[in-house]
Design a protein around this ligand. Structure first.
Ligand code: AMP
Length: 369
C-alpha cells in the first residue's frame, strides 16, 4: 500500500477512487467498521487513540494523509514516527481549534471577522471586543454549523455561552456577507502551488448545499484569494490540498475557516476541472507533478443530505454526474452529491433547476445571477 488515509468517510473514499487510474493504492483507517471508504479500499478498523494500531497502519506506507480535520493530532504525530505525514500534523493542530486558526490567519496577514476567546469567568469581555450581533462557537469539534449559536443581543449571547458552556468557546463578529466563497489550492513539496477558481457556496443550517464554480463575477477577487492561499501554505510548508472558506463583503474577503484537506466545495473538480482535487492531493503528497486546476466550462455541485432521491429521473438529465457514497441515509448525513457541467451559466442554470425539481431539493431558487 502506498498511501494510508486517517479517516474513512466520503473524502477518503473519493481519494482512494482517484488513486486507481494513477496506479496508487490507498488504505483507510477508521474506528467505524462500516466506514464508507472501506467499500473501495482496505479498511483498518481501530480507535484513533490506539498508538500501536496507528503505528501498525503507518508502517510500510509511503505516506500518510488525513481526510477530516478532527483526527486527533496525536494520531498524526504517532504515524509520523514511522512514515511522512502530509499535510504536516501542525496544520491539524492549528485548524481544529478555531482560536489558534484565527490567530494564525491574523499572523500571516489574512483578514478575519473580529474574534475573541471567551473567558467563562468573564464572558462580557469577549462580547465587548466583537460586539453584537455575534456568533458563539466551540473552539474544537465544530463542523457543518455544529457547536455554534448566533446572538443578536447581549442576553442571547449569555444564553449561547451557557448552552455551549463547559467547552472552550470563541466569539466572532457576525458578518453580513454578500456571499460565501471558498478558495482551494494545492502545494507540492517543491513549493509549487496551483489554485482552482473561486467557488460560490450556499449553506443551509450550517451545511453546504450547493457550490457554483467558477463563482460568477469572481475574477477580480482571485488574485487576493491566491495570495491568501500562498501565505497560508508557504508558512506551513504545506503539502497537499487546502481549502479556505471566506465571506465576501463588498470587494473584501474575510477568512472564516481553513480545512487542511480535500473539501466538499471542491467535489465539482472531479468532472469540472482538468485535474480533480483528489488526484492533485495524491500527486502532491506522493511528490508527483501537479495537474492543471483550470476549469472545464462551468459546474454546479449539490449535496444529497439525509436521503437519496429517485436516481432514474436525475440520470436522464444531460450533463449530470451522480456520486453516492454507500452510506445509510440518516437526517443531516451527507450521502452523495450531484455535479452538473455546462458550457455557460445560462445552460447550467437550466440544468440546475431540473435537478432541484427532480430531486425535490430545498435550495435557493436563483443562485446564479
Ligand atoms: P463554520 O462552521 O464556521 O464554517 O460556519 C458554518 C456557517 O455558518 C458558515 O458557512 C456561515 O454561513 C455561517 N457563519 C459562520 N460564522 C459566521 C459569522 N462570523 N458571520 C456570519 N455567518 C457565519
Amino acid at each position: 500500500m502506498e498511501v494510508g488515509i486517517l479517516g474513512g468517510g466520503q473524502l477518503g473514499r473519493m481519494l482512494a477512487l482517484a488513486g486507481y487510474p494513477l496506479g496508487v493504492q490507498c488504505a483507510v483507517y477508521d474506528p467505524a467498521p462500516d466506514a464508507c471508504a472501506g467499500q473501495v479500499a482496505p479498511l483498518m478498523c481501530a480507535p484513533l487513540d490506539d498508538a500501536d494500531a496507528i503505528a501498525r497502519f503507518a508502517q510500510g506506507k509511503r505516506v500518510i494523509t488525513y481526510e477530516f480535520e478532527n483526527v486527533p493530532v496525536s494520531a498524526a504525530w504517532w504515524a509520523s514516527a514511522w512514515t511522512p505525514v502530509r499535510p504536516t500534523p501542525r496544520a491539524l493542530e492549528l485548524f481544529q481549534d478555531r482560536l489558534l486558526e484565527k490567530q494564525f490567519l491574523r499572523e500571516v496577514g489574512i483578514p478575519t471577522p473580529a474574534f475573541a476567546p471567551i473567558d467563562p469567568e468573564n464572558p462580557a469581555d469577549a462580547l465587548e471586543q466583537v460586539g453584537c450581533p455575534c456568533v458563539v462557537k466551540t473552539r474544537h469539534g465544530g463542523y457543518d454549523g455544529k457547536g455554534q449559536r448566533v446572538a443578536h443581543t447581549p442576553d442571547e449571547y449569555l444564553q449561547a455561552v451557557a448552552q455551549l458552556g463547559g467547552a472552550p468557546l470563541i466569539a466572532e463578529a457576525f458578518v453580513p456577507f454578500n456571499r460565501e466563497l471558498s478558495a482551494i489550492g494545492v502545494r507540492g513539496r517543491n513549493g509549487e502551488m496551483h489554485a482552482y477558481p473561486l467557488v460560490q457556496n450556499h449553506h443551509h443550517e450550517g451545511i453546504l448545499r450547493l457550490s457554483i464554480a467558477p463563482a460568477p463575477d469572481s475574477n477580480a477577487l482571485l488574485p487576493t484569494a491566491q495570495d491568501y492561499l500562498k501565505r497560508l501554505m508557504d508558512a506551513l510548508k504545506y503539502v497537499g490540498v487546502l481549502a479556505l472558506e471566506m465571506f465576501q463583503v463588498g470587494d473584501q474577503l474575510l477568512a472564516n475557516e481553513v480545512a487542511p484537506r480535500v473539501h466538499n466545495s471542491g467535489h465539482w473538480t472531479i468532472e469540472g476541472a482538468h485535474t480533480s482535487q483528489f488526484e492533485n492531493h495524491l500527486r502532491a503528497i506522493l511528490d508527483l507533478p501537479l495537474g492543471s486546476t483550470a476549469p472545464r466550462g462551468v459546474s454546479a455541485m449539490v449535496n444529497l443530505i439525509g436521503d437519496i432521491p429517485p436516481i432514474v429521473p436525475i440520470l436522464r438529465i444531460e450533463g449530470v454526474h451522480l456520486h453516492l457514497y454507500g452510506k445509510t441515509p440518516r437526517p443531516g448525513r451527507k450521502v452523495g452529491h450531484i455535479t452538473l457541467c455546462a458550457d455557460d451559466y445560462k445552460s447550467l442554470k437550466k440544468t440546475l433547476a431540473m435537478v432541484i425539481s427532480r430531486a425535490s431539493l430545498n435550495l435557493p431558487i436563483d443562485p446564479i445571477s
